[in-house]
Ligand binder design. Sequence first.
Ligand code: GUN
Ligand code: ZN
Length: 433
Amino acid sequence: MTQFRALRGPALSFRGDPFIDPPSEALVHDSDAILLMEEGRIAAFGPAEALLRRLPPGVPLETFPSGMMMPGFIDSHVHFAQLGITGACGHGLLEWLEHFTFPEERKFADEAYAQRVARLFLDELARQGTTTAAVYGTVHAASVDALFSEAQTAGLRIIAGKTMMDRNAPEGLLDTAQSSYDECRALIERWHGKGRLGYAVTPRFVATSTPEQMEVARVLREEFPGCWLQSHLSETTAEVNWVRQLFPRCIDYVDVLETHGLLGPRAIYGHGIHLTHRERMRLASTDSAIAHCPTSNLFLGSGLFDLASAKSIAGGIRVGLATDVGAGTSLSMLRTMGAAYEVARLRGANLAPAQALWLATGGGAQSLGLDMTIGNLRRGMDADIVVVDTSPVAWLDWRCRQARDAHDWLGALMTAADDRVVHAVYAAGKRVK
Ligand code: GUN
Ligand code: ZN
């Protein structure tokens, strides 16, 4: 028998992309909406007045009169194994990798440690309203087994892969082209497409993979076209210079990826800060995506992502928003939206609150090629919903009640809110907070 459940309250959803349509038209605010869920999907969504009469008789109804329903957040780039080095201060990217990241990631050779961190990580994602994440494991295949097996019980949509590194990393964190092929293949066969889980082929970045290993990544994508590919791109100038030395025959960083067959839909690159016009053009025209990681970029001092150029070039690059913990400072996508706004201002640009929410929902879905499935409140999509309620934070509640409109409300929320306002979270219709 089909199981219906309904939620009622104010809601924010999108009727368009606020980077294409004016944000005031793209974002829809319903002051009283109903969302009907059926077996993990949204069966109906719209103004309560119209939907109330059509609800199946006796359907359980939860109401959130002081809340705001919105699509579940999508974190398009995060390292679960770096939770334990969040806020490790004092260095730029390459030194931070050497001093903090690699020593921490070595600990994931211990499966029990990996399991414990995976549980902490998934609990925190759900608590923050993140219902989908693209996650990096460590080089150890068992770290990804730990994450996926915990994610099965958590009910979140988790896309993840074992990090591939066959050079320029310390002993204990290196694989080989052949071993990475064998391990990725086994992980894909074990986990990809199981429930809400998906596999991402994950060469860390081109500085830690030989051309032979990049060929393995390309072949895996060819053999398993439903899988994703995730990596890092053009995060700091020191990294860009290093990549230039490693690949002197390539025109630029993006050319290294293109030469090795690593661009295309479902390829998501973290950062993309120090890109040229040519590189942006190649990303846009191959439907490759960028994960914008503002708290990470501020924390490491990597640079300020030029979102306006990414969005205005030749049809626009697909961009999602990401925490990039542990270089990122918080698993909260609300805080990350606020940081994206601040980065835009530091570039002398603007980011409308509706655009920030889009990056954390519909834009993230586009970057993962999942925009028919997640990222909005629409019939047929997964029932991934966050209900925000500012009432536990008296001053913010007071501020939000004075908001001129939904845009002003959202601006205050992303600037000043923390996890106290994340009231309820549903992943595929199941309440996870
Ligand atoms: N570039 C290569 N590896 C990493 C990583 O783990 N974090 C970040 N922020 N950048 C990287
Ligand atoms: Zn990263």
